[in-house]
Ligand binder design. Structure first.
Ligand code: GSH
Length: 287
């Protein structure tokens, strides 16, 4: 494979290293991870929120080793190795795609007497569907907008202001929905109930400091009192953001900030050949 990036630090640091070490022994349920990967962090947060026993395995997804490709022909992390019912079989069933993995874990470990609460609202099919609708907004609009913004360079045929307002526009759409349709005023998407919608966005919210670090003008979310006609909206965003930053599962799956700065330099300079970055460059859907 051309341009395999092996310059990345090879493992978790900080809080994430502690958690990875606590899950380094053989277990039939395995999370194949890249510590830097926001899609992985989604799955890792769900494993923690649901109090599921698992093994954490660090891989470099850019190397595409045979054992890893045998599980996931797409060669992306997260990949989950799921135990087969007949114990002793050396074969495992694979799962991949972060949103699919998260839904699987939530469904398979549904017993709330042993595991964490359901990450979808149990009482209403409509509310569950509404959650999936906004997860689609996150994955289809906010996440691609993040990469378009961070990979912006002066050579692009759109300006950094356009990339920034595209990204912020998609966030505002989500926050308006939180304000209009959550049961109370937060902090989560659904109000008092933490849900899969919060999980799906958390990893990119945590990585927004990279936009401040690398991009001229930064992410430019107005500070308190500076939001003009959107003051209330940005206040609601800050409430959600602060709650996410303070969530134990989010903190525990986070490496030291400086390593993200190092890992995302190649995005900020638009030199990485990760599949997400290539798709962003071509303006096509993310893998
Ligand atoms: N749609 C996938 C995207 C996963 C993804 O792109 N993972 C990246 C790391 S953040 C990866 O494995 N990249 C390897 C490559 O681009 O070759 C998901 O939601 O799980």
């Amino acid at each position: 494979m051309a341009h395999v990036d092996t310059s990345l630090p090879s493992r978790t640091t900080g809080a994430a290293a502690k958690l990875a070490d606590a899950h380094n022994t053989e277990h039939p349920l395995k999370l194949y991870s890249g510590w830097f990967c926001p899609f992985v962090q989604r799955s890792w947060i769900v494993l923690e929120e649901k109090k599921i026993p698992y093994e954490y395995r660090e891989v470099n997804p850019y190397k595409k080793e045979a054992e890893f490709l045998a599980l996931n022909p797409r060669g992306l992390v997260p990949t989950l190795a799921v135990p087969k019912a007949d114990a002793g079989s050396k074969h495992q069933k694979p799962l991949y795609e972060s949103s699919v993995i998260c839904e699987y874990l939530n469904d398979e470990y549904a017993d709330e007497s042993k595991h964490g609460p359901n990450l979808f609202p149990p009482g209403s099919a409509y509310e569950r569907a509404r959650c999936r609708l906004w997860i689609d907004h996150i994955s289809g609009k906010i996440v691609p907008g993040f990469y378009k913004f961070i990979q912006h360079t002066p050579e692009k045929d759109f300006t950094i202001e356009e990339a920034r307002s595209n990204f912020l526009g998609h966030i505002k759409t989500l926050v308006k929905e939180m304000m209009e349709n959550s049961e109370d005023d937060g902090p989560w998407f659904l109000g008092e109930r933490f849900s899969m919608v919060d999980v799906m966005l958390a990893p990119w919210a945590k990585r927004m400091f990279l936009l401040d670090h690398y991009k001229p003008g930064g992410v430019a979310i107005p500070a308190e009192g500076q939001g003009g006609e959107d003051e209330e909206l940005w206040g609601r965003w800050r409430k959600w953001f602060n709650a996410i930053a303070d969530r134990q599962s989010v903190k525990d799956t986070w490496s030291d900030d400086g390593y993200y700065i190092q890992a995302y330099k190649r995005y900020a300079e638009d030199t990485t050949n990760s599949e997400v970055a290539q798709a962003t460059r071509k303006g096509v859907a993310l893998p």
